[in-house]
Design a protein around this ligand. Structure first.
Ligand SMILES: Nc1ncnc2c1ncn2[C@@H]1O[C@H](COP(=O)(O)OP(=O)(O)OP(=O)(O)O)[C@@H](O)[C@H]1O
Length: 365
């Protein structure tokens, strides 16, 4: 990570007797894009509001750009926040909405006009919109105006609280692309709260997974997806296979596993394919659905196999999702379609499913 712009250390937040954040620590690098994800009520918005200065932490320290933020009001911080629910002034035009922070800062009219127009162009909004009121814009356009207003004062950090959740799928896609471009071009650090995991994976340099007021894991999308710290993170970030196994750690750092459903000549995985907290005894063997394949005659033998019967399948455009019943469990298998209409298996077919050692990861139950 580059030099941190945000350093949140041991942040506790109590609302009355309810503790919403339990000693949360998170650093965000200068120019970095971090997504906060986690189930509803886990404390994402509380953390964002503490960074923005809309809530004070009960305990802990927050530094932004090296300065302690204790007692610094929201307006005095180098941060701006964009909310899920639009916070545009309904009775002000687009020009006055975007220009509002500049007016507060006493920026001369001519410079303000130039900056407002530059923001409009950056957000791909027509200058003819300057005289319109928010109600005369689509939801996506309103969010672009809200982004323009947040960015016009050139903050070091942009805080985004589910800015796209009220938009339809198509608008959402275009605004996501816009955000990615903005981030690339501006050098501003972004912290995005989102429920949409695909969005987090697509946009963020690092993802912070929270649960019940705690940070469970912070990592790149690939670390979170392929090396989750526990079964909760694994299941939260995408569909996955979690096979119950009994394990024994070996002297050389590798781990041997046993499962009645899985056949393998040498059932061991290297130490780097085991989550740090895993001890011995029972554990879960994770294999992502797209790392599983049907075993066919003549193809190289996989590391391990399971036998079952195809229960159902769904064609999802370029790929196909199979659910294979193995000893009472439905095992998801996702494969790319080869471009032919011939499917690799039909419902009711007996199949052998295989996967490679490099695609295994062992987690605590
Ligand atoms: N002002 C408040 N007073 C009392 N409790 C609050 C207040 N704000 C939030 N909470 C509680 O704190 C917890 C965390 O809320 P927060 O809004 O930070 O969660 P979240 O992860 O952003 O949730 P969501 O994804 O649903 O927006 C929740 O249980 C919520 O009910």
């Amino acid at each position: 990570m580059q030099t941190p712009i945000i350093e949140a250390t041991g942040i506790v937040k109590d609302y009355g007797t309810f503790r919403a954040l339990h000693s949360v620590s998170l650093d965000v690098g200068t120019g970095e894009f971090v997504a906060l994800v986690g189930p509803s009520g886990c404390g994402k918005t509380s953390l964002l509001k503490i960074v923005a200065g809309f809530e004070a932490p009960t305990e802990g320290s927050l530094r932004i750009a090296g300065a302690d933020m204790a007692g610094v009001p929201a307006a005095g911080r180098p941060t701006r926040m964009v909310f899920q629910k639009l916070a545009l002034f309904p009775h002000k035009t687009v020009r006055d909405n975007i220009g509002f922070p500049l007016k507060l800062a006493g920026v001369p009219a001519r410079e303000a006009d130039e900056r407002i127009r530059a923001m409009l162009a950056l957000m791909h909004l027509d200058p003819a919109y300057l005289g319109r009121y928010p109600a005369q814009l689509s939801g996506g356009e309103q969010q672009r105006v809200a982004l323009a207003r947040a960015l016009v004062s050139r903050p070091s950090v942009l805080l985004l609280d589910e800015p796209m959740s009220a938009l339809d799928a198509k608008l959402k896609k275009s605004l996501q692309a816009e955000l990615k471009n903005l981030h690339r071009n501006l050098g501003t650090s972004f912290v995005l709260v989102t429920h949409d995991l695909e969005e987090a994976m697509m946009l963020a340099d690092r993802i912070c997974v929270m649960r019940a007021g705690n940070v469970l894991q912070v990592g790149t999308p690939s670390e979170i997806y392929y090396s989750p710290v526990d079964a909760f993170v694994a299941g939260f970030i995408g569909d996955t296979n979690l096979f119950p196994v009994s394990i024994a750690r070996q002297a050389d750092g590798s781990t041997a596993f046993r499962s009645p459903a899985i056949e393998a000549a040498d059932p061991t995985v290297p130490g780097d394919r085991v989550a740090p907290r895993v001890a011995g005894g029972s554990a879960l063997l994770m294999v992502r659905p797209e790392a599983m394949r049907f075993v066919t005659a003549g193809a190289p033998a996989p590391f391990a196999t399971l036998s079952g019967v195809v229960e159902e399948f769904f064609i999802k455009g370029a790929s196909i999702l199979y659910r294979v019943r193995v000893e009472g469990h439905a095992v998801p298998v996702v494969m790319d379609l080869s471009g032919t209409p011939n499917l690799p298996a039909q419902v009711g077919d007996a199949v052998t499913v295989g996967f490679d050692r490099a695609d295994c990861f062992i987690l605590q139950e």
